[in-house]
Design a protein around this ligand. Structure first.
Ligand code: MLT
Length: 201
């Protein structure tokens, strides 16, 4: 997958894996990584799917309706890519924390839904429930931060709460940070994510 890797000054800090939103690129979230954990190594990935020229991490049939077969295929593709990137760049595969926004949060959420050991932790900004009717893996050791907007028209508060419940039921320690805003990523949400990561590192 097309990506940027930047080695950090602290090799024991969590390795941040960045997943952009629809229409973004691997450049977009680099400032976020800097704000959340400036000494971390960073792997920023570009989604392999194009929707009218806009990069994404998996296909959708319409807004909020995912192509489930493609989601499963792309989730494995990202999982395998993380394994290969850890070998290529020499980072600790067991210390990977995902940071995703919107579609990027949904692929990171899908990694959690499908693999017990994909991530050490995840910061999901404005995620949705990636799949329903699935038995989730044991996520006891995989804490999750969810940044949600009370007025988010894409990821409704009800869906954020459903995601919180599904992850908690799988054993994850989930922290939901609420903003009064909509789908946009706010500064205070990023600050809250940075504080949360300090607490679990
Ligand atoms: C998705 O397709 O992953 C969500 O609808 C968020 C987005 O608009 O990218």
């Amino acid at each position: 997958m097309k990506h940027i890797y930047q080695q950090g000054s602290d090799l024991t800090a969590p390795v941040l894996v960045l997943f952009h939103g629809t229409g973004g690129t691997e450049q977009d979230l680099l400032p976020l990584a800097q704000a959340i954990s400036p000494t971390s190594s960073v792997l920023s990935v570009r989604g392999n799917v194009l929707e009218n020229g806009m990069p994404r991490f998996f296909r959708r049939l319409s807004e909020g309706i995912f192509d489930e077969e493609d989601l499963i295929f792309r989730t494995k593709e990202v999982y395998d890519f993380l394994d290969a990137a850890a070998v290529e760049h020499g980072f600790d595969r067991c210390n990977v924390v995902a940071i995703g926004y919107s579609n990027g949060a949904n692929i990171a959420g899908s990694l959690l839904f499908h693999y017990p050991d994909a991530l050490r932790a995840a910061i999901l900004h404005h995620p949705m429930v990636p799949r329903r009717g699935l038995q989730l893996p044991d996520l006891t050791n995989t804490p999750v931060f969810i940044g949600a907007g009370k007025n988010d028209p894409i990821c409704s508060p009800e869906e954020s709460e459903e995601l919180e419940r599904l992850l908690s039921d799988a054993g994850s320690d989930v922290h939901v940070h609420w903003e009064n805003s909509g789908h946009q990523l706010t500064r205070s949400e990023v600050f809250a994510a940075a504080e949360w990561l300090k607490g679990i590192s």
